[in-house]
Design a protein around this ligand. Structure first.
Ligand code: GLN
Length: 498
């Protein structure tokens, strides 16, 4: 790979000066990320059931391990981001990450029983190198003050969810109906498509994502790259040990966050006052996102269990599995509404009435509060047996999705606006590390919400879950109000970034 010849064709300026709502490169990254998320959510969709079926784990252990793997996957994005900034650049990080994800899934496909943990360790490394860096590349397609950026991330987010939806459906169908080997093989195959597509469209990216070490002698640069690849491979056994013993996850999560913060503050000293303020603003919003994802990610845990036990099996008399609604409603709504909201943001920007990032975050929390209030209100629609309305549940998911769209793609966009170029990967990693903590907390919250008594009546379960959702609604409301109150202060820190 020769970065300097790659960059000759298109200049950054040419890329930034695109006409219309979206740069054409965004569609390419949309497709690549779609395949990656297909692979990721396909693997994730079968994970918990697979561990019960093949590794003979109990439901509880399988849930704990699922949570640990999720936390690791997102925590490694911080490391992947740093190595992209310092050594590999986004293009090579993506390529390496994709190869690791392919190998990981192929290993499990070859022998799900024996190679499971090795395969997962490779997937964790792969996602770490891939996920934050493709998001940073999207941000690089825009000039610093381009008002079309949030809309671009909205569209990109749609792609994420097309992949998530398809992956969840196809891999679960293959795994449950045919064989686990096939489910993991499908995840590997789609990632091969994603990688080939990326290699094909890489040229359109011009200098975006080239190695930061182009000024070094090629041999020096090569050795550093090899060191990163070797380091990643050497860490496989370590990750293997940590995911096979869940108690290590707690230690890992207790250590990685503080370490990341120390690293962040060390980096901060290297920048001028303006950049420092912007990075602190990003950090504050990143902290808020932990709470958001802790509430939002009830989807994979408590809401799935709740759907399983307390929801009726029809929408307006059309038979429908409540867990199918739980697993796919959010993605479907994102696919449809993310581009629409994007168009709304651009239109508002033209009239100069677009809410700024902090207010969008605040709105995200307020809407999340409303969504969880609707989940709570399900108790008022229940019959004598404790079974309640799938229609209201679906409406709550629609509202959850609106809240997600005010915060998650906007968060990606915000990171790319507030980070200096050579810290973009690390900051994106920090954003996803917050998601890792969100997922981790989500598991703890979910566990505290379920009744310990297995034989509890459905009505008791209904009351226990919905009580929990009301509490979460209050937390979200508090965070939303707080954010809107402190928004002038954070806006000041953002130094003119909207
Ligand atoms: N659902 C989004 C994605 O898969 C957001 C993930 C997250 O930040 N936790 O990219």
């Amino acid at each position: 790979m020769n970065d300097s010849t790659e960059s000759k064709d298109l200049t950054l300026e040419q890329i930034h000066n695109f006409k219309g709502a979206y740069p054409k490169q965004l569609w390419s990254l949309f497709m690549v990320e779609m395949w990656e998320r297909f692979c990721f959510y396909g693997m994730r969709g079968v994970l918990a059931i697979f561990m019960v079926d093949q590794l003979l784990l109990s439901d509880k252990d399988s849930n704990l391990k699922y949570g640990a793997i999720q936390a690791f996957v997102y925590a490694f994005t911080f490391i992947g981001g740093i190595f992209a900034d310092k050594i590999l650049g986004f293009k090579k990080s993506l390529t390496f990450g994709a190869i690791m994800m392919i190998l990981g899934n192929l290993l499990i496909a070859a022998n799900p029983h024996d190679f499971f943990y090795f395969g997962i360790a490779l997937t964790i490394i792969g996602t770490g190198f891939f996920k934050p860096n493709i998001s940073s590349m999207v941000g690089s397609l825009y000039a610093e003050d381009d008002p079309r950026r949030d809309a671009g991330f909205g569209l990109f987010y749609s792609g994420i969810n097309v992949g998530a939806l398809l992956g969840g459906i196809v891999c679960v169908w293959l795994g449950k109906g045919h064989s686990w080997n096939l489910a993991f093989l499908a995840a590997a195959v789609v990632m091969v498509i994603g990688l080939l597509m990326f290699l094909f469209v890489k040229k359109q990216m011009g200098p975006i994502g080239d190695s930061p070490l182009l000024h070094l002698a090629p041999s020096k640069k090569l050795w550093r790259e090899i060191a990163v690849y070797a380091g990643a491979l050497v860490s496989i056994p370590l990750i293997f040990i940590m995911i096979s013993n869940t108690q290590y996850t707690d230690i890992f999560m207790a250590v990685i966050g503080p370490l990341a913060l120390i690293y962040f503050f060390i980096q901060l000293t290297k920048y001028d006052l303006k950049a420092k303020k912007q990075l602190i603003a990003a950090l504050i919003l990143i902290f808020f996102s932990i709470l958001f994802f802790a509430i939002f990610e009830q989807a994979g845990g408590s809401l799935a269990l709740f759907a399983n036990s307390n929801l009726k099996h029809d929408i307006l008399s059309v038979p429908l599995d409540p867990n199918m609604v739980n697993n796919s409603a959010n993605s479907l709504f994102v696919i449809v509404f993310a581009p629409l909201l994007g168009i709304l943001w651009v239109a508002m920007a033209k009239k100069k009435i677009e809410p700024n990032t902090v207010i969008k975050f605040g709105l995200g929390f307020l809407v999340l509060a409303l969504a969880y209030y609707i989940f709570y209100s399900l108790r008022f629609f229940a019959d004598a047996q404790g079974m309640t309305s799938l229609e209201i549940f679906a409406i709550a998911y629609f509202v959850v999705t609106l809240s997600e769209l005010c915060l998650s793609p906007i968060g990606l966009s915000m990171i790319t606006k507030l980070s200096p170029k050579n810290l973009a990967g690390m900051m994106m990693g920090l954003w996803f590390l917050a998601s890792a903590y969100g997922q981790y907390l989500a598991g703890l919250i979910g566990a505290s919400m379920s009744t310990t008594d297995e034989s509890a009546s459905l009505t008791t379960k209904l009351l226990s879950y919905t009580d929990g959702y009301l509490q979460l609604a209050f937390y979200a409301l508090g965070a939303g109000v707080l954010l809107i109150l402190v928004s002038p202060f954070i806006k000041k820190l953002m130094q003119g970034v909207k």
